[in-house]
Design a protein around this ligand. Structure first.
Ligand SMILES: [Fe+2]
Length: 172
């Protein structure tokens, strides 16, 4: 099952978190290996499943957190502050043409998009010529990136992947 691979990748991601010396390796794995795999293999399959509308075991919990605490809001504000003070602008995150804002998948997808902005900002700050900006901004953005990935892994391991695994069991 694809979720076996993705759960294993989550373990590898968690092992690299909160270790700033591994930031470039973490970013490469998340942004070039893990998130593309989810978007190419997992999300399109789930989008076609009727059970997605019914949600997973913790869908209402995660929706509630998004509505009441808006955990990505503070990260987006910090990024805007960083962009306002520097010349850096991230590449726009490619959209998935079939994904609607009403789909529960828009939640993890928004995390991929904000995560990509954070990741690109960190790679910019890792360049030797940006040493001064690194001192000012790296720690805050890195902390947000790790926090976002922890939330994301928890949401997928305990909800999204379970919807997939249940769907696979019923279609066998
Ligand atoms: Fe994931």
């Amino acid at each position: 099952m694809i979720t076996d691979t993705l759960r294993q990748q989550h373990k590898e991601i968690l092992d690299m978190l909160d270790r700033p010396e591994m930031a470039a390796e973490l970013i490469h794995f998340v942004e070039s290996v893990h998130h593309p795999l989810e978007e190419q293999e997992l999300f399109p399959f789930l989008d076609k499943q009727k059970c997605l509308a019914a949600g997973g075991p913790k869908c209402s919990f995660f929706m509630g957190i998004r509505l009441e605490l808006d955990p990505l809001g503070g990260m987006k504000k910090s990024l805007q502050n960083f962009f306002a003070k520097t010349s850096f602008r991230p590449e726009p995150y490619p959209t998935l043409p079939w994904l609607t804002p009403q789909s529960p998948l828009s939640l993890p997808f928004e995390e991929h998009a904000v995560g990509a902005d954070l990741a690109q900002s960190l790679l910019f700050l890792l360049k030797p010529e940006n040493k001064e900006l690194h001192t000012q901004f790296f720690a805050g953005i890195y902390k947000d990136y790790c926090r976002l990935l922890k939330m994301h892994v928890d949401k997928e391991d305990n909800c999204l992947f379970i919807i997939y695994e249940q769907a696979m069991r019923t279609t066998r």
